[in-house]
Write a protein that binds this ligand. Sequence first.
Ligand code: MCA
Ligand code: AMP
Length: 524
Amino acid sequence: MAARPGYGRSQGAAGSGRPRDRIMSDNIVDTFFARQQGHGAKPAIVWNGETVCTFAELPAHVGRYRAALAQLGVTRGERVMVKTENSPAFVFTYLAVLASGAIFVPMNAAYTAAEVELLVEDADPVLLIHADKTAVPPAGSDRTTRATLNGDGSGSLTDLAATLAPDLAVEPMAVTDLAAILFTSGTTGRPKGAMLTHGNLGSNVAALYETWQFSSEDVILHCLPLFHAHGLFVALHLGLYSGATLRMLPKFDAAKVVAQLGQASVFMGVPTFYTRLLESADFTRNATAGIRLFISGSAPLLPSVFAAFEARTGHRILERYGMTETVMITSNPYDQAGRIPGSVGYPLPGVSVRIVDENRAELPAGEVGEIEMQGPNLCAGYWRRAEATAESFYPDGFFRTGDTGFKDETGRVTIAGRSKDLIISGGYNVYPAEIEMLLAEVPGVQDVAVFGVPHPDFGEAVMAAITTEGDAFDMAAMNALIAGKLARFKQPKAVHVLDEFPRNAMGKILKNVLRDTYKGSFAK
Ligand code: MCA
Ligand code: AMP
C-alpha cells in the first residue's frame, strides 16, 4: 500500500500537498478547513441526494452563521445549546459555534421540556437554538436568548444568517480549550456534561482517519443523529477531516439507505441500523458492492448479526467501542480477517486500555475486570461537577469507563458487560436511576426497578417493575407522568405491577432475576 497521508497538526499537510501554515490554531475548524484545501470543487454536503455546498463554499456558509451567532451575543467560552433534528444548517451552526470559540452543547431532539430544563440550568447557555415545534421550557427571566432552527433548515437563526456577510475568522484555540459539552447521565440519574476539548476531538478524528484508511475519495452515507458523539464526532468529523463528501439523510431509513448505498463508500451506524437493513429484501450483495467499509458501534453488535451480514453481503462489519467522555477508544483492525465478532478490537493510536480488579491492579490476559482508558481523547471532566469528575477520572490519568471486559494475549479487547446500571436502546443510553426516581414520585408506588431486556430491533428495551401500597396507585396517572416527563425512547415499553420484588439478603432488588423473568417479552 502507498504511504498514507500523515495525520494530526504536525503532520497534517505532509501527504496532502497542502501548506502547513494553513493551520492557524488548534481550533478543529481551522484543521478541517486547512485539510479541505485542494478539494474545493467537491461536494462537501449532499442532503437527501441534493448537493448543498462544495468544500470551497463551506466556509462562507459557516461564516454567515458565525456572524448571526455574534449578533445574538455568542462570544468565546459561552455555551450554545442546540435542540433540533439533523440538517445542513445544523452542521453550519455547529462549525460556527466552534469557529466563534464558543462551546457547542447539543441535546436529543426528543427530550421533553422537563429534561431540557435540567440541562439548561446546568449548562447556563447564552443562546438556546431549538426547533419551532419542540418541547422547551418557557422563555423566562434567565439570561438565555432563544433562536429557532428547524429540521428543514428554516428558522430565525437561518433568516438572520441570510442577511449578514460571512465572518470568516476562526477564533484561535488551544488543544485544551473546550469545544463541546455533551450530556450523558450517571448512576445518580442527573445528567453530567462531558467537557470535550479541541484536542480531544482533533486527536480522535486523526486516529480514526488513519485506522480506517479514510481519504478524500470517500463518500460517507451519514444518517446518525448529529446530537450524539457517534454522528457528530465520528461520522461528520471524518468527512470534514478527510475532505470526503458527506451524503446525509435526516435520519436512518432502511429504504433510503439501500437506495443511496450505490453512491457511497463508507456507512456507519448503531447495531439497530444493521438489523433493520437485514430485514430489507433489497439489501443485497449487489447493493453493497461499492462500499469499502461498514462500521458499527454505540452498543454491542450481536455475533449473529455480524454473521448474517457477512453471509448476505460478503462484508465483515468493523466494530469499534467508544463513549461520550472519550469519543472512540478501540477498533477492530481494518484488515477484514482481523474483524472478529464480539470483540471491539485494539486501542486506537495514542490510547491505552487497562483491565483492572476492584483495587485497580492490572489483570492478566483472559480475566474479566473493569475497563479503564487513558489518552488524548479523554475529556477534561464533567462540567461543574467536581465530585462526579473525581469519581471517574483518576489522578494517574486513567478513566473508569463503567464497562467490564478482558484482553487477549495480543491486547485485543472484548466487552463482557457493564458495571454501571445502563440500558442501551437503539444506541440511545437510558439510565434506570433517572426513570426510577420519576416512578417513585407516583402516588401509591412503593418500590420500583427499571432494567433492560433483549429486544430484536433496539438490542435492549426499557422495562419497569413496581410494587404499590394503599389504594392511591393509578396506572393512567403514572402513564401521563411518564409521557410528560420522559423522551419517548426512555419510556418503559412495559410496566409490571408485582406483589413483591426478588431481593438479596441485604434487601437489595435483584435486577438480574427481573431481567431473567422478562427476557422473553419481546422475543420474535
Ligand atoms: C425511537 N424509539 C425508540 C428508539 N428510537 N425506542 C427505544 N429506543 C430507541 N433508540 C421509539 C419511537 O419514539 C417510537 O415510539 C418507536 O420507538 C418506534 O420508532 P421508530 O420509528 O422505529 O424509531 P426511529 O425513529 O426509526 O428511530 C430508531 C433509530 C434511532 C433509527 C434506531 O433510535 C437512532 O437513530 N438511534 C441512533 C442513536 C445514536 O446515534 N447513538 C449514538 C450515541 P412510539 O411508536 O411509541 O411513538 S453516542 C455513543 O453511544 C458513543 C459515543 C458511541 O460509542 O458511539
Ligand atoms: P455513551 O454514554 O452514549 O457515550 O455510551 C457509551 C457506552 O456505550 C459505553 O460505555 C459502552 O457501554 C457502550 N458501547 C459503545 N460502543 C460499544 C460496543 N461496540 N460494544 C458494546 N458496548 C458499546
